[in-house]
Design a protein around this ligand. Structure first.
Ligand code: ZN
Length: 152
């Protein structure tokens, strides 16, 4: 998922729309893809993207840290955000090794082709795939519904 990650962060933040919520939930949403910066820096092979930072162990560690730093409510929203990032990546055909470091088995819903991380994928055809539009459309429908309710 690409722009959909932004939508997921906005949808979660709608439950408590304060600046600090947008910051913490947004950071948690995009943190797993920071592994692409490690790849770009040349410190890891391209295959490193979508592995360790997308594992449930990483989610649990970041969620626990967020709860310690920000308390149960905001930390819990951060945990939901990072877990939903990983869930949103599950349609990728290459799959996500959710159980690292215990297992390298990859889990996938196999709805779209992996076109690489943010930036590269725009040119590789992510948005030429039907399920990308269906699922990201659903995410932004939820965002519209959540904020339309807030404005009413
Ligand atoms: Zn990701």
């Amino acid at each position: 998922m690409q722009f959909g990650h932004l939508g997921i962060a906005l949808a979660i933040a709608s439950f408590d729309p304060r600046p600090e919520t947008f910051a913490v939930v947004g950071a948690a949403q995009f943190l797993p893809n920071a592994d692409s910066l490690v790849v770009r820096a040349g410190w890891a092979a391209p295959e490193f993207h979508g592995t360790w930072s997308h594992s449930l162990a990483f989610c649990a560690a970041v969620g626990a840290g967020a709860i310690v730093l920000f308390g149960a409510w905001l930390g819990g929203l951060a945990l939901a955000s990072i877990v939903l990032h990983v869930a949103a990546d599950l349609p990728t055909d290459t799959g996500i090794p959710l159980l690292l470091p215990f297992s390298r088995r990859r889990f996938s819903l196999n709805l779209w082709q992996n076109t690489g991380y943010w930036g590269r994928s725009m040119y590789a055809g992510y948005y030429r795939q039907r399920w990308a539009w269906i699922l990201e459309g659903a995410v932004f429908a939820v965002v519209a519904w959540r904020y339309a309710g807030a404005l009413a």
